[in-house]
Design a protein around this ligand. Structure first.
Ligand code: SF4
Length: 313
């Protein structure tokens, strides 16, 4: 098998990391590259293990996304997963992953779930873990009860777009990752592009959904006037439609263009996608460092969580 090549690509999460801290961006996309090999250089391997960590909120979001995808795939294949069985399976998975993370399984097998809270011994009360569990259950219940799901079920499955194969598309010479979670054609002949949200609204949702409009045009060949961009808040069980038009497409294009240009300006050799750590400065905002996966190697002087949270006498 040929060696994998670290090719430059663009995604919204990459853009977010780049905006937050250049050093974090370097460690995530360059320093950790190749660390999936057990025999990798130890520094690279350690960075890769840290890179894979997620906070408990991110973990809950991933579990809900996976469960929703399982439910939709089952529906496509002609059987329905009941609300109770979907919740039960997801909670079982959650318990197993939580235990594996607590026991540090991810240090040997970094593809397995590793929680930031376990790696950095963040004191989390049982009630806080319980709240994460309750949020997952609530999201899955709301998913089952959405009028939108009833509409999805009414649409013939050959009018569904499951984003399994094509998550990316070439944009002005750069591979861009900006695929929605799900899509379908409704009875009115309009393409509905769906983003499942499990937490807060996040930054700049309109721009994120605008990326899906670009996906729709570039990958599916569907013009924005035939598309609705749906933000589905599973925690609240609410659906919000965002405008899809040429203006948002142009905003997204310009955003990606500038973001790619800024990222490439940091490279030692843009054609080869070669980066050197010393060119990527550390953020001065220590609040970002506190919750950064790489804090152990980048800012080892930071106080541990337990100590930091002890109230002064
Ligand atoms: S610890 Fe701070 S400076 Fe270092 S990579 Fe993380 S956010 Fe950036």
């Amino acid at each position: 098998m040929p060696d994998l090549v670290n090719e430059f690509s663009w995604s919204r999460s990459r853009d977010n990391v780049f905006q937050e801290c250049r050093r974090r961006y370097y460690l995530h996309y360059y320093g950790a590259w190749g660390g999936w090999e057990q025999a990798a250089d130890p520094v690279r391997r350690a960075l890769y293990i840290l890179k894979q960590l997620g906070t408990r909120q991110m973990w809950a979001g991933r579990l809900v996304h996976e469960a929703v995808e399982r439910a939709l795939l089952a529906l496509r294949d002609g059987y329905a997963l009941s609300e109770a069985s979907l919740i039960e399976d997801t909670l079982r998975q959650m318990r197993e992953e939580w235990k594996g993370s607590r026991d540090g399984v991810y240090r040997q097998t970094p593809k397995r779930t590793g929680l930031f809270e376990h790696e950095y011994a963040v004191p989390i009360r049982d009630s806080e873990w319980q709240a994460i569990r309750d949020n997952v259950v609530r999201c899955l219940r709301n998913f089952h009860r959405l009028p939108l799901l009833a509409e999805i079920k009414r649409a013939p499955t050959d009018r569904w777009i499951l984003i399994e194969d094509i998550g990316s598309f070439p944009f002005e010479g750069t591979l861009a990752y900006a695929a929605p979670d799900f899509g379908y054609w409704n009875e009115a002949g309009r393409l509905q592009l769906v983003d499942w949200k499990t937490g807060g609204n996040g930054n700049n949702v309109a721009l994120q959904l605008g990326g899906y409009a670009l996906y729709s045009l570039e990958v599916l060949g569907v013009a924005p006037e035939r598309v609705d961009l749906l933000e589905v808040n599973l925690r609240e069980g609410r659906v919000r439609s965002h405008p899809c038009d040429e203006a948002i497409l142009e905003r997204v294009r310009e955003h990606i263009r500038l973001s790619v240009r800024a990222m490439k300006a940091y490279l030692k050799d843009a054609a080869l996608n070669l980066a050197e750590q010393e060119n990527f400065e550390k953020t001065e905002d220590l609040r970002l460092c506190r919750w950064c996966n790489f804090r152990a190697v980048c800012r080892p002087e930071l106080p541990p969580f337990a100590a930091a949270e002890t109230a002064p006498a």
